[in-house]
Design a protein around this ligand. Structure first.
Ligand SMILES: Nc1ncnc2c1ncn2[C@@H]1O[C@H](COP(=O)(O)OP(=O)(O)OP(=O)(O)O)[C@@H](O)[C@H]1O
Ligand code: SF4
Ligand SMILES: [Mg+2]
Length: 365
């Protein structure tokens, strides 16, 4: 049994404009000591999916199952979830200022969290543990900085303090939602390095949410690529990097500067993420896909096994292109071209011409 097993999670919100289908059915597992990277553009449902597991999406309509050590998180009441949050599952958010209270000293906030979940711990013990934790995450002179207010910390230090807070109760799982987006590249690399080191040391499971495949390359074992609230490709990191199947995943890879497929030239994905109130018919990526075929406009592709995963974890993709069309090489491109040649006889022809002119426009800009 995996530490966390999420099965067919769906989350929607009623709004005055209509029902926002933020998460439209995702399934994944995370084991102790492993890192799952969840990647996708802004608005693809990454945060909503994970926040819902912890009861942090009030008002949402939720269905599915989320077994954490066999207990369904989605069936827990507020008190049960409060006991799980922090103690069993730690969270690190993008903006530490939204999680660290500006009017309380950093150390005090960590101590309070320890004492709330473990009332038997004395103040002195909690302070000692807090100083140790701040030291572990690389805060210099932790015994003095423990009494600083959040504004006296730099952005990188606040992020480290958040990691210390997430680790304070030795949780079995940490959910990190874009923990390094606000930081410059050097500090980002240090924080990612720190997280993977601590994770190995404590055998913690980690869910790393990001829109940056570079972060995934540094830290993840398995990857879930989300598009419009659904997983479109799910596999281990190596398979995703060397043998992507879904054109959206391929596009994300090619938009990394200096990526394998881009040969040094950046290829942006044309168009905008779709509305989650009116999700496109068929494949939700079809209005932006350079390989769009007629059936993509009408039939939704199921998530199905493609090729063989390089590290045995399975490799699934939700795309109508042939299963063997994997990777960025010319063989795969020929397979794609053949499928497109046969599958594009009606409406997809016009659409493809428009997408192709969008790509030229984006590159020219
Ligand atoms: N409380 C809410 N009410 C209505 N819609 C919501 C609510 N919370 C989130 N959404 C919508 O759900 C969708 C998914 O949002 P989510 O925050 O999960 O995206 P994300 O993938 O985390 O994006 P980002 O990379 O920008 O953080 C978005 O369209 C968002 O506007
Ligand atoms: S199903 Fe069709 S539109 Fe969707 S990603 Fe695959 S080729 Fe593109
Ligand atoms: Mg988010």
């Amino acid at each position: 049994m995996s530490l966390l097993e999420v099965i067919d999670l769906k989350v929607s919100f009623n709004t005055s404009d209509g029902v926002v289908q933020a998460v439209r059915g995702i399934t994944f597992n995370v084991d102790s000591g492993r890192t799952l990277g969840i990647v996708g553009e802004s608005g693809s449902g990454k945060s909503v999916a994970t926040q819902t597991l912890l009861g942090l999406t009030p008002g949402a309509r939720v269905s599915g199952t989320a077994l954490f050590e066999g207990q369904d998180l989605l069936k827990m009441d507020g008190d049960q979830l409060r006991r799980v949050r922090g103690k069993q599952i730690g969270m690190i958010f993008q903006d530490p200022l939204s999680s660290l209270h500006p009017l309380y000293r950093v150390g005090w906030q960590i101590m309070e969290m320890i004492r709330t979940h473990e009332p038997e711990v004395t103040k002195a013990e909690a302070r000692k543990r807090t100083i140790e934790l701040l030291g572990i995450v690389g805060i210099p002179q932790a015994n003095q900085r423990v009494d600083d207010f959040p504004h006296q910390f730099s952005g990188g230090m606040r992020q480290r303090a958040m990691i210390a807070m997430a680790l304070a109760l030795n949780p079995k799982l940490i959910v990190a939602d874009e923990p390094t987006t606000a930081l410059d590249a050097t500090v980002q690399a240090q924080i990612l390095d720190l997280m993977s080191r601590l994770q190995r040391e404590f055998d913690t499971a980690l869910i790393m949410i990001t829109h940056d495949l570079g972060v995934i390359a540094d830290i993840a074992d398995d990857v879930l690529v989300m598009y419009a609230g659904k997983p479109v490709e799910q596999t281990d990191r190596r398979s995703l990097y060397y043998r992507p199947h879904h054109p959206y995943a391929k596009g994300l890879l090619e938009s990394i500067p200096g990526s394998t497929g881009a040969k040094g030239r950046l290829k942006p994905i044309p168009g905008q993420p779709p509305s989650l109130i009116n999700v496109p018919t068929g494949c939700s990526f079809h209005p932006r896909c350079a390989y769009v075929m007629d059936r993509c406009i009408t039939d939704e592709p199921p998530l199905r096994p493609v090729g063989a995963a390089t590290e045995g974890a399975g490799h699934d993709s939700a795309c109508w292109l042939p299963e063997a069309a994997l990777g960025l090489g010319s063989d795969a491109e020929q397979l794609r071209a053949k499928a497109v040649g046969e599958g594009r006889v009606g409406a997809a022809k016009q659409l493809a011409a428009r997408i192709s002119s969008d790509v030229k426009g984006t590159v020219a800009r």
